[in-house]
Design a protein around this ligand. Structure first.
Ligand code: UD1
Length: 420
């Protein structure tokens, strides 16, 4: 077990380069199953969720050659099983994309019911609705989900809830289906567009990704080879933007797509800090004074992302005035507020609403990363706080952030990782 130790009260200053997007990479990796060939994926973040995904893919016959830290060559010509190991798939949420990808290619898939961050109930009814609409039978038994179709036939799928996962699974299952599929009320997140770009580059015919109506014209096969580079991570970029505001810092963030950061930028400006688009996929965030209160409601893209809610919570906990967060996506995403309260914050959370009475300062304490983004938020809190903070359960953070302590260290944080 490892923990992160931070000596606080640093003002972050300097440059940071954003890695490839976790949520795009965990969709593109299983999507390579549809290729039945060899492709090279660049700008893959070096994080534990990717390592776990590679391990699962290897158990079903995929050959993965690590060309460099962030580039993988993936050969899916010899898939030899439609059943992914239960113990591995149930460990993290994005393993559910194997269901859509294996269904698309082999018309049959068995995976463990997926796990992931404990953010509240995470049903799969919309994924199932999409698979069934395309002609598959779905059975859930003993912690497994099995999907099977004699033939996949294009259809119209209306999602009752805007779901990233269900949108992606519907895309994966319909790329090689017969005829045209439309996904209505689709999610519009950047990783959905990135997956569509990858699949189209490989010969798929997907239109409208990034809008709430995606149309997929089924094709007989995809190209047998190709190269693709994963989009930069919107959430990692937002994490560093909010770290700049929290520490009254000056951070230049390279390799980010400013369009993806509009909702965050708007809130940062509302809090009195500056965001400058300096071109070439680079923005600079500067903050010279204590942030002022702000209210947010998390929403599907292009709204404020739930995955930046905890990091924003740190800024609110030290802002001038009282701020409110309305979490509209997950039922249980305020566990980190108890950890921040141990550091002197004054947060009252109930259900899907939290009220942040801004305090002058936070004080270092031992805290626990309750989930991935909560962990990133606690690191920011530790950098802001007076004295020493120890962040436990860092394995959650390693699921989604590449080299996080090195990136913060380069910006001036006094941060180290030690074995417990
Ligand atoms: C993805 C992200 C996660 C992010 C979330 C919302 C990945 C790997 N993970 O998760 O980091 O927090 O989007 O932006 O990309 N729902 C249903 N039925 C379903 C599916 C979802 O009711 O069949 C509900 C969920 O309970 C939740 C909401 O829909 O309340 C959104 O979930 P969804 O967009 O599916 O999230 P994930 O794809 O799991």
């Amino acid at each position: 077990m490892e923990k992160i130790i931070i000596e606080g009260k640093s003002r972050l200053k300097g440059e940071v380069t954003i890695s490839g997007a976790k949520n795009a990479a965990v969709a593109i990796l299983p999507a390579t199953i549809l290729i039945n060939g060899v492709c090279t994926i660049e700008n893959i973040p070096d994080i534990s969720d990717i390592k776990a995904y590679c391990k699962i893919l290897e158990t079903i016959g995929v050959k993965i050659n690590k060309i460099s830290k962030n580039t993988l060559e993936i050969d899916t010509t010899k898939i030899n099983s439609i059943e992914a190991p239960l113990d591995l798939t149930s460990k993290f949420r994005a393993s559910y994309y194997l269901a859509g990808a294996l269904l698309g290619r082999c018309h049959h898939a068995i995976i463990g019911m997926p796990g992931g961050c404990k953010l509240g109930a995470r049903p799969m009814d919309q994924h199932i609705k999409a698979f069934e609409a395309l002609g598959a039978d779905v059975e859930i038994e003993k912690g497994k989900i099995e999907v099977e179709a004699r033939k996949l036939k294009g259809t119209s799928i209306y999602l009752d809830i805007v779901s990233v996962g269900a949108t992606i699974n519907a895309m994966l299952a319909s790329v090689l289906a017969e005829g045209t599929t439309t996904i209505e009320n689709a999610a519009k997140e950047p990783h959905i567009v990135d997956l569509a770009n990858f699949l189209n580059k490989m010969g798929a015919n997907i239109m409208g990704a990034g809008t709430d109506r995606i149309r997929i014209q089924g094709v007989k096969a995809l190209k047998k080879e190709g190269t693709y580079s994963v989009v930069p991570d919107q959430i990692e970029a937002g994490t560093f933007m909010l770290a700049a505001v929290a520490t009254r810092g000056d951070i230049t963030i390279k390799n980010c797509i400013t369009k993806h950061l509009e909702s965050i930028t708007a809130k940062i400006i509302e809090m009195g800090a500056n965001v400058e688009d300096i071109g070439g996929d680079t923005i600079r965030v500067t903050a010279n004074s204590r942030p002022t209160k702000v209210n947010i409601k998390t929403l599907p893209y292009p709204g404020f992302p739930t995955d930046l809610q905890p990091q924003m919570g740190v800024v609110m906990s030290i802002a001038k005035g009282t701020s409110v967060i309305n979490e509209s996506i997950w039922d249980s995403r305020f566990q980190y507020t108890e950890e921040l309260n141990r550091m002197g914050a004054k947060i009252m959370a109930q259900g899907k609403v939290a009220i942040f009475e801004g305090v002058d300062k936070l004080v270092g304490a031992p805290v626990s990363a309750t989930d991935l983004r909560a962990g990133a938020a606690l690191i920011i809190a530790g950098i802001v706080a007076e004295g020493k903070t120890e962040v436990l359960n860092v394995e959650h953070i390693d699921r989604g952030y590449e080299n996080i302590e090195e990136k913060f260290k380069k910006l001036g944080a006094k941060i180290t990782r030690v074995k417990e």
